[in-house]
Design a protein around this ligand. Sequence first.
Ligand code: HAM
Length: 419
Amino acid sequence: MSITGIKGFNDLLPAESGLWQFIEQTARQVFARYGFNEIRVPIVEKTELFCRSIGDTTDIVEKEMYTFMDKGGSSLTLRPEGTASVMRALIEHKLYALDSINKLYYMGPMFRHERPQKGRYRQFHQIGAEVTGAADPLIDAQVLLMVSRLFQEFGLTEPRLQINSLGCPACRPAYRQALVAFLAERQEALCEDCRRRQGTNPLRALDCKVPGCIEATQGAPAMVEHLCNECDQHFSMVQNYLTAAEVLFSLNPRMVRGLDYYTRTTFELVTGLLGAQSAVAAGGRYDGLVEQLGGPAVPGIGFALGVERVALLLGDRSFEKTPDLFIAVMGDAARTAGFRLMAALQDQGFWVETDCEGKSLKSQMRRADKLKSRYSIVLGDTELVAGSGTLKRMADGNQQPVHLEAATIAAAITGGGQT
Ligand code: HAM
């Protein structure tokens, strides 16, 4: 019996890799415009890093981490997200001392033991960016501007940006108390999870998908109504800057993020097109995180998008690449001449294919068709003697005589336009 892959861990097949490359290249280009540099961090970290940053009472840490003991007896975890690792690296390499502002981006696989379904996998991929060193609301707006431009560059009008503020350690405790009091009056209507979380993470009740909880939390107090002056001002400024740059957004006072490190501005890009998986990208400010991980008091803000979810939204777009030229050959001398011509054209950047199976001319031409090659040329003894052949444009059968020189053929297939 053959061995299959693991549930929730997917192969990215050649048919889809063009789309993924488009997503990654677009992100790299957009990030470069905003001054971000790439950082690559390991896929495995000490388990404690995620417990301390994401929070012990979050679903991720409670239920979803791939944690194991390595042979040396340390508890290690496959990273469920990127922010914690990037902040660990920032502290470990003292990047904050090299520059007061650090703008970093990353892309790669993340691991969460969730129930797999469309848009939700156990190994999934994020593209994320983080800015540290600036508490100014202008930076929040800049990150949101960049995210919205990124989706524009993808050619997507969905998803839509929703924002919220989760306050700070000064104002959140009073809000939390008000929320706990509200929930206490509706105990019986809440699901078991929400009841259990009241002492540890009551905000999660606002995010619970159980219909009873959705109903019971209607009219619950909202964080935005309990912000301290500084947080309130910060949030107003973020909105002013977004409006000034004409970035569309809406306010979602019920937005609760699934990670504990957030302070002040949080956001999600949501869509109705992916069933239960509505968030395509998400992020927010995490002003206490670096300090919490043993570094200096450096504020931060960032986001991550789910590559699989962006790919699903872009799904029907074609990123198929096709060869520029297929060289069909008849006889050994033509085969060698064709090989030399192919090498010269490849050196100039063209995608050139030739026969490698010893097939008849007819099946070579069938292969050129199958590959959707833009041009083809047939080389036989006659062509070799004459030093010229016929270049055929496959889309319309148009034929033109050419010298059998790389430069002439290169010029002809460059001028012929993409079919
Ligand atoms: P997150 O909301 O947990 O935030 O994940 C960000 C995005 O990753 C989601 O919006 C979704 O598109 C994608 N995603 C999450 N889980 C899965 C899954 N199981 N399958 C497929 N896609 C998934 C974070 O991870 C934060 N680190 C974001 C951040 C960066 N905040 C500040 N900086």
